[in-house]
Design a protein around this ligand. Structure first.
Ligand code: A2P
Length: 341
């Protein structure tokens, strides 16, 4: 790989720090790093690639000369800075949801639709974390039998809400274990106590009663699979897990596919580890899949509730993946590899 000048917007957050680690692990040839954040962290130091780098206050002028800018900040910050970076000739890969549904901007999972990278006009969007994990898990099955409809329930880790989400869970657990009580002042990231609880809301609700997080699976799935008829019914739940999202996925396919065929396909699927021997207690769990890049898939079985004519076209499975890594940082870095390697 040629040497690159790489910037990270939001470098001090959970995803930004993970991006830096993944760049090191995947041996990017970094000529220069520019780490951008807000006023809270500007001036702090971060070690990477054997050097210490000073975090800079974000300013578009400082993007000049970069080959690649990875976005790991919230939507409003992404919208404020990244289009200008692209206009300056910097290739942007952004993890926020700001540009994901823009028809001019490719949305890419390297295992699913790598060819869409070529359509970039400066920005490529990284999909929603649960969508990345689900589509990486089912991609090989989709290619074989074409997915018509999915019913998904997610069990999403607190790190999906950034570093502050992780801190909130730890602070609640530590306060409760010391015999303390929690009040509204403790709930800054999540609307309720998340320790020893779960919350069936991620994002705001629409008129139909779906949360914004729930609609991402259908909207982003349609864009990446190039199928605007794909139907997804999703329920997103925040759970007191630190890392790794889990998902129960029920699928109706266009063509027949058996659980045995699904296992055979998933055994060799890129980005996937088949982990499916329930009688031996072998199934995906979030602790197993944290701090690594594969999406584990198991509990593969028929949907016994499917109507008779659809039974042979139905599957149910369970998958887990580290959403800070594959669901965010690693996927973004893999997109950069498609462009620069
Ligand atoms: P900072 O550390 O200065 O707040 P997370 O989602 O994990 O909380 O990370 C958010 C990232 O976005 C952090 O790196 C944070 O930097 C950065 N950030 C927050 N506000 C701004 C801003 N106004 N301009 C640029 N970066 C920002």
């Amino acid at each position: 790989m040629k040497s690159l000048k790489i910037g990270i917007l939001g470098a001090t957050g959970a995803v930004g720090r993970q991006m830096l680690e993944v760049l090191e692990e995947r041996k990017f040839n970094v000529e220069e790093l520019r780490l951008f954040a807000g006023t809270r962290s500007a001036g702090s130091k971060i070690e990477a690639f054997g050097k210490e780098w000073t975090v800079e206050l974000t300013d578009t002028e400082r993007f000049a000369g970069l080959d690649l800018l990875l976005g790991a900040a919230e939507n409003d910050i992404a919208k404020k800075y990244l289009p200008e970076a692209a206009r300056m000739g910097v290739q942007v890969v952004d993890n926020s949801s700001a540009f994901r549904l823009d028809p001019e901007i490719p949305l890419v999972i390297p295992e699913v639709n790598p060819e869409d990278v070529k359509l970039t006009k400066g920005i490529i969007a990284n999909p929603n974390c649960s969508t990345i994990i689900a589509l990486t898990a089912v991609n090989a099955l989709h290619r074989y039998a074409k997915i018509k409809r999915m019913v998904v329930s997610t069990y999403q880790a607190v790190s999906g809400a950034g570093k502050d989400g992780i801190d909130e869970l730890y602070n609640e657990v530590s306060k409760l274990s010391e015999g303390g009580e929690l009040g509204k002042e403790n709930f800054k990231v999540f609307p309720y106590q998340i320790a020893y609880n779960l919350i069936p809301q991620i994002g705001g609700f629409d008129d139909m009663g779906y949360s914004s997080e729930e609609m991402k699976m259908q909207n982003e799935g349609r864009k990446m699979l190039h199928d605007d008829k794909l139907r997804v019914n999703c329920t997103c739940v925040r759970v007191p897990v630190v890392r790794s999202h889990s998902e129960s996925i029920n699928i109706e396919f266009e063509r027949e596919i058996s659980p045995e065929k699904a296992r055979e396909l998933l055994k060799d699927a890129p980005g996937v580890r088949l982990y499916d021997e329930p009688s031996e207690k072998v199934y995906p769990m979030p602790l197993l899949t944290s701090d690594q890049d594969l999406v584990y898939v198991g509990r593969i079985r028929r949907d016994i509730s499917a109507p008779e004519e659809e039974y042979n076209r139905s599957l149910t499975l369970f998958c887990c993946g580290d959403q800070v890594r594959k669901g965010a940082a690693t996927n973004a870095v893999q997109i950069a590899e498609l462009i620069f390697k």
